[in-house]
Ligand binder design. Sequence first.
Ligand code: AMP
Ligand code: MG
Length: 416
Amino acid sequence: MNTARPPLLPLDEALARLEAGAGAFVLTQTERLSTFEALGRVLAEDVRSLLDVPPEDNTSMDGYALRAADVPAEGTVLSVAQRIPAGQVGQPLLPGTAARIFTGAQVPAGADAVVMQELCEALPGEGLGRVKVNAVPTPGQWVRRRGEDVQAGAAVLARGQRLTPQALGLAASVGAGELTVLRRPRVAIFSTGDELQMPGETLRPGAIYNSNRFMLRALAQAAGCEVHDGGIVRDTLDATRAALREAAQRADLIVTTGGVSVGEEDHLKPAARAEGELHDWQIAMKPGKPLAFGQIRRGDGSAALLLGLPGNPVSAFITWLLAVNTVLRTMQGLPGGLPAALHLRAAFDWPRPDKRREFLRVRLNGDGELERFANQSSGVLTSTVWADGLVDNPPARAITRGDVVRFLPLSALVSR
Ligand code: AMP
Ligand code: MG
C-alpha cells in the first residue's frame, strides 16, 4: 500500500485556487427589488442621488432664524414675523425680523443663521411677539446647507457592494425606493453519514444528531443564499452520486459534509469524480484539513461548483467561514481574502502549537484580551458558541500569555 502523502496545501494558496476556480461562476442575473427587501444583497448598479441632501438649507436646532447682521450685540430685540415647523416653508425673511423655527424646517430665504432657543427670550408683543437674542450669531450657525451630505447626481453606493442597514437608509435618503441587485446564489447542502439522525427522533445505538445540516443551512442564509436542503445522504456510492446530480440541477454551488477522508465509507470523492471533476486537497489548517473542490456536470453541459467539507462540526464550521464564504464572495464579485484581523493580546498560553495554521476558538475578556476555550478539539461545537472569534495562529508558533496575536471576529466571518 502506498502511504506517501502529498505535502499539505497552505490555506492562502487554497483560497487563491478557490477564487480562481469560482471566477468562471460569477453571477450576472439581476433583479429589481424594493429597498425594503434588499438587506444583505449585492448591488448590481450604482445608486445615484436624485437630489441634493438636504434638499434646502435647514435648521439643526429649535430656535430663531435671522440675519446675523441684524444682531450686532447681545440683547438685540427683533419682532417675530413667522413660525416655521418642520415640513413647512416660510416666507422670505424681512430685514429686522426673526422666524421662530424648529429642527429640520427649511431656513427662510434671507436668513443666514439660527440662534438656539436656550439663548433667546420670548417677549410679549403684537402677533407672534418679539424675541430678545442673548448671543451674537455667526453667519451659517446651526444651518445645514443644501447638498452638504450629498449632491444631486453623485453615486452614494457603488455596484458590487453588499447592502447593510445603513446603506438601505442612505439609498432611501436619496430617493431610491427600488434597487437593482444580483440574484441570490443558490446553494444545495447535504450531509453524508449513516450515523446521522434528526433532532426529535429517538437515537438508535451508534447514531448522533445531525448538527451540520442546521449549522450550514443557517450559514448559507446568513451569507444571503437561497438554500436547497438535500437532507441526509446514505453512505453508498450510488446514493451520493444521485444526490450530487440532483443538487447540481438546483444550485450554483453544492456543499456537502462528511465522507471526504480516505476511509472505505467515504464516498463523496469517488462520487464527485464519476459525476464531474474533483481536486482532493489536504490543507495545512487545523481544524479542517480535508477539502474537496470540484464541479458536477449537468445534462446541458453546464456545471455546478462543489465543496466537500469535513464532517466534524467545528471543522465544517471553520471551513465554511474561510473557504465556502470565499467562493460565495467570488461568485458575487465581492473581494476575496479574509477579513482584516485585529491584533490583540493573548491571556492564555499555547505551548504546543500544531505544524498547521491553527484557528483557535477564543473570546474577548473585559480587559480586551483573548481567553481560549479549554477544549480545542474539532468535534466540540460548544467551543464555537462560547467563542466570539478565532485566533489565526501561524504554523508551529507557540503563544505565551501577553503575546500579540491575530484575532478574526466571528461576526466578520459569518456574514461577509
Ligand atoms: P466523516 O468526515 O464523515 O468521517 O465524519 C467525521 C466525524 O464527523 C464523524 O465523527 C462523524 O460522525 C461526524 N459528522 C459527520 N457528519 C456530521 C453531521 N452532519 N453532524 C454531526 N456530526 C457529523
Ligand atoms: Mg462519514
